[in-house]
Design a protein around this ligand. Structure first.
Ligand code: C2E
Ligand code: CA
Ligand code: CA
Length: 632
C-alpha cells in the first residue's frame, strides 16, 4: 500500500459492485445533463451548447449500453475526461473563469479520485490547471468577454486562485482517499482472514483430518437428501458400515503413522468406486460409512463385493505389504429405517453375523439380528450371575514334548455351563466379557483355579507340570494384575515359573506403557510369557527379546495347512528356526493327526498341543491322562 498514491478501485469494491455504481453514476449524470439541456431550451435559442449537451447525452447513453466488466475502466476514464471537456466548453461560452460551470470542476476531480487511477487522474489535474490559465489568457486577449463589473487586471489573480483551490482540493482529497483506501484494504484483508478461518473451522467440524473425508455431520445431511430422492424414485438407499478388524494390530506393530497411511490409501481406493458424487464418510474409530442409492439388494451386493476387493488387495506402505481385514454391515432404507441413528445401529447389528474376524465378509441386516442383540445383553447379565453361581469350569489341554511324547503342562481353557443352554464355548462369551469388563473377574477366577489345579498336580506327584492361562488386553486396565497373580501364587505356594501367561502380539506391543510395565513386572518375578496365535500379527519381533518371551505358540491355521501348502510349511519352519536361534520354546497348536505331528518333529519343533493328543479335559481326566502318558 505504501507506494499507492491513489486507491485501486478493485480493492475497494468487487467488480460487480463497481459496475452497478458506475451505472448509477451514469444515470445521475444523464439526469443532470438532460435537466441542463431543458433549461437551455427554455432560456436560449438553439446553439452550440444545445449541440454539445445533446452529444453528451448521446455519448453517455452509449456508455450506459456498452458498460461491462471489461469496458468499465475505459468508460470511467472517458466519462471523466468527457465531463471535464463539457464543463470547460460550457465555461468558455458562459463567462470563462467567471462561469458557474467552473464550480463543477472539484466534483470532477473528486469523481476521478474515486473511480479512476493515477494514470487518468494526474494528466487530468494538469489539463484542468492548464485550461484555467487558457481561459485567463482568452479573457486577456478578448476571446471571452468580461462581465460588466470585472476588470482585466484581476484575471490572472482569478486564474491563480482557482488553480490553487483546485490543486489543494486534489491534494487533500488524494490523501484522504489514500487513507480510506488503505483502511478498506486492511479491512478487506481482515475480512479475508476471518473468512478463511471460518472456512477452516467449518472444514474441521465437517471433515476428517486424516482422510479429508466428510464426517458424521455431513453424512446426516447426505442421508436426508438421498432418502428424499429414493422416496421420490421408489428406489432404496444402502447404509454401509465398513469396519476394519486388524487396524489396531497394524498400528501396534508398525506404528500409528503406517496405520494412518493405510487408512488414507483405503479412502482413495474407496473413492474410485464411485461414478458420480462419492457418498463416503469417515466416522470416529476405524469406521467408514458409505451411502449407496440402488435399485435393489442385488446392486448393493455387487457394490459390497467391490468394497471388499478394495479392502483386501494388499497395501504397499513404504517397505511393508499390509493386508487389511474388515467386514461390511448393510442396512437398507426405507425398509430398515429412515433415520441415521436406526440405519447405523442396524448396519452395526449386521456386523454381528461375522463369526470369524479373520475373513472379510458383508452382511445385510435382518430382523433375527435384533434377537442377537437382545441375546447379547441377556448373555452379559447371565455372565455376571455365572460367576456368583459358580457356573464356570476349567478344562485343561495337554502340551506334549514332541521328542518323547510326554506331557509337560496344560493350557487352561474356560467352559461355561449355562443353565438351560448347555456348555457355552469361550469364543461365544469371551468377547462379551471383554466388552462389558467382566473379563477382569473372569481372569481372576481362571488364574486362581488354574494355579490351584497346578498345585494339585504337584501334590499328586506330577510336579514337573506347568499351567498356562489366557489373558485379555482388558485385564491390564486396572493396573494391579501382577499383584493379584503374585498373591494367588503365594497363597498356593506355587513357584512363579509354573505359571505361563498367554498373550497376543497386539497386547504385548500395545503402545500403552502401563501394559508393558505390568508384563515386565510379571516376567521379572519369573512368570513365563507365551505369545499366542503367533504369526497372525504384524510384528517387528523386537519385543521377543525385550520381554524375554519364553514361548511362541504357532497359530493353528499354519499348522493345519502346513502338510498341504508349501507357503505355510515354510512359515512354520521359519518360526521354529527363529525360536531355536533366540532360545524360545515353540508350541505347535492345533495338531490333529500323526502326519502333522511327525512333520513338526522333523522340523525340530519342541512341543505340540492339539486334538491328536487330547481335547481339553476336565481336571481329573487330565491328571489320568498325564499319568498314563508319562509312564509309557
Ligand atoms: P486359544 O487360546 O487359541 O485356545 C486354543 C483353542 O483351540 C481352544 O479352543 C482349543 O480347544 C482349540 N484347540 C486345541 N487343539 C485343537 C485342535 O487340534 N483342533 C481344533 N480345531 N481346535 C483345537 P477353546 O477352548 O474353544 O478356546 C477358544 C479361545 O477362547 C481360546 O483360543 C482363547 O483365545 C479363548 N479362551 C479360552 N479360555 C479362555 C480364558 O480363560 N481366558 C481368555 N481370556 N480367553 C480364553
Ligand atoms: Ca491360548
Ligand atoms: Ca492359540
Amino acid at each position: 500500500m505504501s507506494n499507492r498514491f491513489l486507491p485501486d478501485n478493485n480493492l475497494l469494491f468487487d467488480a460487480n459492485r463497481r459496475i452497478s455504481q458506475l451505472r448509477t453514476l451514469l444515470r445521475l449524470i444523464l439526469l443532470i445533463v438532460s435537466s441542463l439541456l431543458a433549461t437551455y431550451f427554455i432560456q436560449y435559442d438553439f446553439n452550440q451548447i444545445h449541440i454539445a449537451l445533446i452529444s453528451t447525452i448521446f455519448v453517455l447513453s452509449l456508455f450506459y449500453v456498452f458498460l461491462t466488466l471489461d469496458t468499465s475502466s475505459i468508460i470511467s476514464g472517458m466519462l471523466i475526461w468527457g465531463l471535464t471537456i463539457l464543463i470547460l466548453f460550457l465555461a468558455w461560452h458562459n463567462g470563462g473563469l467567471y462561469a458557474s460551470a467552473i464550480t463543477a470542476l472539484p466534483c470532477i476531480l473528486m469523481l476521478a479520485i474515486i473511480s479512476t487511477n493515477r494514470v487518468v487522474f494526474i494528466p487530468l489535474v494538469l489539463f484542468i490547471l492548464l485550461a484555467i490559465y487558457a481561459l485567463g489568457y482568452a479573457h486577456v486577449f478578448g476571446l471571452i468577454a468580461f462581465k460588466s463589473t470585472d476588470q482585466i487586471e484581476f484575471v490572472w489573480r482569478k486564474a491563480f486562485d482557482i488553480s490553487v483551490v483546485l490543486f489543494s482540493f486534489s491534494l487533500v482529497m488524494s490523501f484522504i482517499t489514500k487513507d480510506i483506501s488503505s483502511l478498506l484494504f486492511n479491512l478487506s484483508q481482515q475480512n479475508e482472514t476471518l473468512l478463511n478461518e471460518k472456512n477452516e473451522a467449518i472444514k474441521l467440524g465437517n471433515y476428517d483430518d486424516l482422510t479429508e473425508l466428510p464426517n458424521e455431520r455431513l453424512c446426516l445431511e447426505g442421508l436426508e437428501s438421498l432418502i428424499t430422492i429414493a422416496q421420490k424414485k421408489g428406489t432404496i438407499l444402502a447404509f454401509i458400515t465398513l469396519d476394519i478388524h486388524n487396524y489396531k494390530d497394524i498400528c501396534s506393530s508398525l506404528g500409528h503413522s503406517q496405520g494412518d497411511l493405510v487408512l488414507k490409501e483405503l479412502a482413495v481406493r474407496l473413492l474410485v468406486l464411485f461414478n458420480g458424487q462419492p457418498y463416503l464418510y469417515r466416522f470416529p474409530g476405524n469406521e467408514f460409512v458409505i451411502l449407496r442409492p440402488a435399485i435393489d439388494y442385488e446392486e448393493v451386493s455387487v457394490f459390497a463385493e467391490q468394497i471388499l476387493q478394495a479392502l483386501t488387495s494388499p497395501f504397499m506402505i513404504r517397505e511393508y505389504e499390509i493386508e487389511l481385514l474388515g467386514a461390511i454391515g448393510v442396512a437398507i432404507a426405507p425398509f430398515d429405517g429412515d433415520s441415521m441413528e436406526l440405519l447405523r445401529k442396524k448396519s452395526h447389528l449386521a456386523l454381528y453375523k461375522i463369526k470369524d474376524k479373520k475373513t472379510c465378509e458383508y452382511h445385510f441386516y435382518d430382523e433375527d439380528l435384533e434377537s442377537i442383540e437382545s441375546n447379547k445383553y441377556q448373555m452379559i447379565k447371565a455372565l455376571k450371575l455365572a460367576l456368583e453361581n459358580d457356573e464356570f469350569e476349567l478344562y485343561f489341554q495337554p502340551k506334549v514334548d514332541l521328542s518323547n511324547g510326554k506331557i509337560i503342562g496344560a493350557e487352561a481353557l474356560i467352559r461355561w455351563h449355562r443353565p438351560n443352554h448347555g456348555m457355552v464355548p469361550p469364543d461365544v462369551f469371551i468377547g462379551l466379557a471383554e466388552e462389558s469388563g467382566l473379563i477382569v473377574d473372569l481372569t481372576k477366577w481362571v488364574a486362581k483355579n488354574a494355579i490351584q489345579a497346578c498345585k494339585g498336580w504337584h501334590s499328586a506327584d506330577l510336579n514337573h507340570l506347568s499351567v498356562a492361562i489366557n489373558l485379555s488386553a482388558v485385564d491390564f486396565r486396572r493396573g494391579n494384575l501382577p499383584q493379584t497373580i503374585f498373591k494367588m501364587l503365594n497363597n498356593a505356594c506355587l513357584s512363579t515359573h509354573y505359571l505361563e501367561l498367554e498373550l497376543t502380539e497386539s497386547m504385548i506391543i500395545d503402545d500403552q506403557s502401563h501394559v508393558q510395565s505390568q508384563i515386565l513386572e510379571l516376567h521379572t518375578k519369573g512368570v513365563m510369557l507365551a505369545i499366542d496365535d503367533f504369526g497372525t500379527g504384524y510384528s517387528n519381533l523386537g519385543y521377543l527379546s525385550r520381554f524375554n518371551v519364553t514361548t511362541l505358540k504357532i497359530d493353528q491355521s499354519f499348522i493345519k495347512r502346513m502338510n498341504d501348502t508349501q507357503h505355510d510349511y515354510l512359515i512354520v519352519k521359519a518360526i521354529i528356526q527363529l525360536g531355536q536361534s533366540l532360545g524360545i520354546s515353540i508350541v505347535a497348536e492345533g495338531v490333529e493327526d500323526q502326519e502333522n505331528a511327525e512333520l513338526l518333529k522333523q522340523l525340530n519343533c519342541q512341543y505340540g498341543q492339539g486334538y491328536y493328543w487330547s481335547k481339553p479335559l476336565k481336571n481329573e481326566d487330565f491328571i489320568q491322562l498325564v499319568k498314563k502318558h508319562n509312564v509309557i
